[in-house]
Write a protein that binds this ligand. Structure first.
Ligand code: ADP
Ligand code: MG
Length: 227
């Protein structure tokens, strides 16, 4: 079941057709997902105060209803370590189309996975799991299942990935907490079922999974066109 605040966010986002990243992060964090600490700011003094509260290094991102793919317009800067660079990023973002704020994110770590959902007219939410980063477009190493997912489905989905050994600690790399991946994907499938009247597609790209947790660092919710 979606709570009232989630419904309110989804309703207001229909004005531009998708859910801005800070609102999407709020939806995911309210639904029990791990997200980075974050804040949205407009002015240098607010940015500095928020970055200090979160703690450097931080990641900053453009928030604009006109910008869906933030990196394409240089709207993401990772690893900001001081006030000067923070304020410089804000000044640049303010010139981008549709600027409504700058998102400041705590830096997360881990292997970049993708969790996605497509809302099929006939079958309902189809859930995708894959590896993130540039690799996803090159290797098309993904697995798909119809929601809702249970533990055995999720185990199969993980094992289907050619790059599965990366999760278990290939060649001395640190292994990922497999139970956390499973839990996150099951929770994702449940939320997608609850949201199925609202969304067309959802991309968590990436979810960063480490030895302990999976953190949703980017979330894009494209809404159904109901007008
Ligand atoms: P885009 O709209 O371009 O997909 P993202 O929010 O996914 O923007 O950011 C681009 C990249 O920056 C991510 O793929 C990830 O590698 C990195 N990144 C974003 N947010 C964080 C974060 N909070 N911690 C660590 N890395 C991050
Ligand atoms: Mg992304």
């Amino acid at each position: 079941m979606l709570n009232r605040e989630i419904k309110t966010i989804l309703e207001k986002s229909k004005n531009w057709g998708w859910v801005l990243e800070p609102d999407a992060k709020r939806i995911f964090s309210m639904s029990g997902f791990q997200t980075p600490m974050y804040a949205v700011v407009k002015k240098p003094q607010e940015a500095i105060a928020a970055a200090h509260a979160i703690g450097y290094p931080v990641v900053v991102k453009i928030v604009s209803p006109d910008i869906i793919h933030k990196s394409d317009v240089r709207g993401v800067v990772v690893g900001i370590k001081d006030d000067d660079r923070l304020v410089a990023a804000l000044e640049k973002f303010r010139k981008l189309p549709g600027f409504v704020g700058m998102l400041i994110d705590e830096m997360a770590g881990g292997l970049e996975l993708i969790m996605g959902a497509k809302n099929d007219e006939q079958f309902g939410p189809m859930i995708l799991l894959g590896f993130g980063g540039v690799g996803v477009e090159i290797y098309k190493d993904i697995s798909l299942r119809m929601a809702p997912l249970k533990k055995p489905h999720v185990e199969d989905m993980m094992r289907e990935l050619k790059a599965y050994p990366l999760l278990t600690g290939y060649r001395g790399a640190k292994p990922v907490n497999i139970a956390a991946v499973q839990k996150t994907l099951i929770r994702f499938s449940t939320l997608m079922m609850d949201m199925k009247d609202y969304f067309e597609s959802v991309d968590l790209n990436p979810v960063m999974c480490g030895e302990k947790v999976c953190t949703v660092v980017d979330a894009r919710i494209m809404l159904k066109n109901t007008r």
